[in-house]
Design a protein around this ligand. Structure first.
Ligand code: XMP
Length: 308
């Protein structure tokens, strides 16, 4: 991709579409939304308000990290803590599509509120090609409704602008590198850890999953591995374990580590046994609620990368 040419075209597109208007951009902490916000922010300046909504469904320290990145990028931004609102809206919800839709609607509800008070006419989204292709907008059947596509209500009052709509992940990473945005960050789904908790999402499960995720991420870093994506999934079923001489029913977590180019297809990574051994021991030693760790050995297809 010719970056200078692409950015020049986008600049003209933005000037024409958003001539004199204000916009709001939701960033998730991921590469896509940050790049989208930067491209638009560089043209609009103070007329773009960048919002990061802390849903409580992010990884440990995510909010702090995002704040640091946004400061460096010189964008007009705001951090909003909406974790209570999100987590309580997921009470008793177990269906994955339902989770995505609830989270998507909550996002939009909050954004519309913020957009209204800022006077924004447009919402900037970091949607990239695989998002809408897999949401039924293209050739494929609907696979999952990604929150930034399939979950939007039909009567939305705000208009959407998606500057990265035709790009694939590797191209967005090139742009991120150009702007000095950390581009080796792994992709993170909009609905966050909610789609990595099978069954009902609650604070207890989120705390457990955040700790396990941090252990895996640190190990991957220690081993200098560079997978496309690596994460932990908290399963709903309990299984038997032993603590001392007591039989206990604890959680099972699945480790998913995949290699991919654009997320459309993926291969599970053939990692070292020694690495898995360390991850499993550390998770079960440090998190008493977990007593079983399994490794996902499925490619995409037939599985998707995320479990929900
Ligand atoms: P799947 O699970 O569909 O994921 O194989 C493909 C890639 O997309 C990410 N993903 C999402 N990204 N909103 C996003 O912005 C979402 O709702 C969402 N769901 C999955 C996933 O992490 C993987 O990189």
């Amino acid at each position: 991709m010719n970056i200078v040419f692409f950015l020049d075209e986008k600049k003209r597109e933005i000037e024409k579409l958003l001539n004199g208007k204000k916009a709001i951009a939701a960033v998730s902490g991921g590469v896509d939304s940050t790049v989208a916000a930067k491209i638009v922010g560089d043209v609009l300046g103070e007329r773009l308000l960048v919002i990061y909504i802390d849903t409580g469904l992010m990884r440990l320290d995510e909010t702090k990290n995002v704040e640091g990145i946004l400061k460096k990028l010189n964008l007009n931004f705001k951090i909003l803590d909406a974790s209570e609102e999100f987590i309580s809206s997921l009470n008793n919800v177990i269906d994955p599509e339902q989770k995505r839709k609830i989270i998507g609607h909550k996002f939009i509800e909050i954004l519309e509120r913020e957009a209204f008070s800022f006077g924004a006419e447009y919402l900037i989204q970091g949607t990239i090609a695989p998002d809408w292709i897999e949401s039924g907008g293209g050739l494929r059947d609907k696979i999952k409704s990604h929150h930034n596509v399939g979950g939007l209500p039909e009567n939305m009052k705000i208009k959407i602008y998606e500057p990265l709509r035709d790009l694939y992940k590797d191209e967005v990473r090139e742009l991120a590198q150009h702007f000095g945005i950390p581009h080796d960050r792994q992709p993170f789904p909009g609905p966050g850890l909610a789609v990595r908790i099978i069954g009902e999402v609650n604070k207890e499960k989120l705390t457990i999953l955040k700790k396990a995720t941090k252990i895996l991420e640190d190990k991957v870093l220690n081993y200098k591995m560079k997978p496309w994506q690596y994460f932990v999934v908290l399963l709903n079923d309990r299984s038997t374990g032993v603590h001392g001489d007591q039989r206990v029913y604890g959680y099972t977590v699945a480790i998913r580590i995949v290699e991919s180019i654009d997320g459309m297809t993926a291969n599970f990574m053939k990692v070292d046994w020694e690495f898995l051994d360390e991850v499993s021991r550390e998770i079960t030693n440090k998190i008493p609620e977990i007593n079983r760790v399994v490794y996902d050995i499925t490619d995409k297809p037939p599985a998707t990368i995320e479990w929900e």
